[in-house]
Design a protein around this ligand. Structure first.
Ligand code: FAD
Length: 341
């Protein structure tokens, strides 16, 4: 049979990494990436890009841990390569602090990040309002550079990149054999998934190059994540809010909360406000389907619904999506050899 034609829909962290994973696993495929918006216009551009997972309620923890481990291992190798600066991937050390000791003292990802340990009393003196803390080293992606680096790698592999809004995956059936749905929150309309809901996040980006360590309140709401060129201050988590308008009162609140964790931020400059809608679902949808109508068919792989953890999990889920694409290719090859008999 002719080389299968594959389209990946979506150019956020999930679509780009899935396209890279498919291109790596199946170099003979003809691959296109279609998206309504590319960087800097995606939710992935707004993210802080920290590798600290949030557990999704409906996915077994061992599966989430496997996705996180694969992502960490992949990005750690990039951070140790000559590509690190262009890809915007770097190691960062810091602290997660709690006002009272958490119920589970070891998060599921504690043996994936590096050097995880309980903070000493001396270290906790930096945080007078907190009584317990964890110190570790993890990875951070500076999001727009990381997305652009992936786009560059895809173009170098000959993947076609097209700006296109897809109204229905079925509209692609005459052009492609396999469609991979990485549309993030856009999948709600694209495939009518009512389980997929926005969780609005507002963050600030500031110039404060003296801040070198990350600080995260254990409630997950207040965080200070230093990147290569700016520091991200967060945040908010507003379920089912669709507003992309920055709220000045919220921005003031975030700044105040972060300054109470790291008072030197009072001297931060060039404050920019960003808002994004996390594509939240009880579990990431990683699934293969066959769609058929009047004798025509298209094979569909879904990979969306990463919520608060798109950067933390993307390489693990991209590898799983590529495995499902492999199953689709086997199905196509099976039906083409049956047709010849
Ligand atoms: P998106 O980035 O939204 O990409 C979706 C793509 O699909 C876009 O290209 C879009 O144009 C395209 N698309 C949609 N519909 C269509 C259509 N009909 N036709 C064609 N194209 C379409 N995660 C972490 O792991 N670590 C963090 O520190 C972190 N911080 C965050 C901070 C904030 C404030 C926010 C909002 C999120 C944060 N996240 C973080 C979560 C992370 O941003 C998301 O999980 C991730 O960006 C989801 O990526 P995605 O590729 O699925 O979606």
């Amino acid at each position: 049979m002719a080389a299968p034609k594959v389209a990946v829909v979506g150019a956020g962290v999930v679509g780009l990494s899935t396209a890279l994973s498919v291109a790596g696993a199946f170099p003979a495929c003809s691959l296109a990436l279609l998206a309504e918006r590319f960087s800097p216009g995606t939710t992935s551009d707004v993210a802080a890009g920290m590798l600290i997972p949030h557990a999704a309620p409906d996915t077994p923890i061992h599966v989430q841990k496997q996705w996180f481990r694969e992502t960490f291992t992949y990005l750690f190798a990039i951070s140790n390569s000559a590509e690190a600066s262009e890809a915007g991937v770097h190691l960062v050390s810091g602290w997660q602090v709690f006002k009272s000791a958490p119920e589970e003292d070891l998060p599921f990802w504690s043996d994936v990040v590096l050097g995880f340990r309980t903070m000493s009393e001396a270290e906790l003196q930096k945080f007078p309002q907190h009584r317990y803390g964890q110190a570790f080293m993890t990875l951070k992606c500076d999001c727009p550079p990381y997305l652009l680096w992936m786009e560059k790698r895809l173009k170098a592999k000959g993947v076609q990149m097209c700006t296109r809004k897809v109204a229905s995956l079925w509209e692609l059936h005459s052009e492609y054999d396999i469609v991979v749905n990485c549309a993030g929150l856009g999948a709600r309309r694209l495939v009518g998934d009512q389980q997929l809901l926005p969780v609005r996040g507002q963050v600030l980006q500031v110039h404060a190059p003296w801040v070198k360590n990350f600080i995260r309140d254990g409630d997950g709401l207040t965080y200070i994540y230093p990147g290569i060129n700016s520091v991200t201050l967060g945040g908010t988590r507003e379920k089912e809010s669709w507003s992309l308008c920055p709220d000045p009162g919220t921005a003031k609140g975030i700044f105040g909360r972060c300054c109470s964790l790291e008072p030197s931020l009072r001297a931060a400059r060039d404050v920019k406000v960003k808002v994004g809608l996390r594509p939240s679902r009880g579990s990431v949808r990683l699934q293969r389907e066959v769609w058929s109508q009047a004798g025509a068919k298209i094979l569909v792989v879904h990979n969306y619904g990463h919520g608060s953890g798109g950067f933390s999990m993307h390489w693990g889920t991209a590898k799983e999506a590529a495995r499902l694409v492999g199953e689709c290719i086997a199905l196509l090859q099976g039906s083409s050899s049956r047709a010849k008999l």
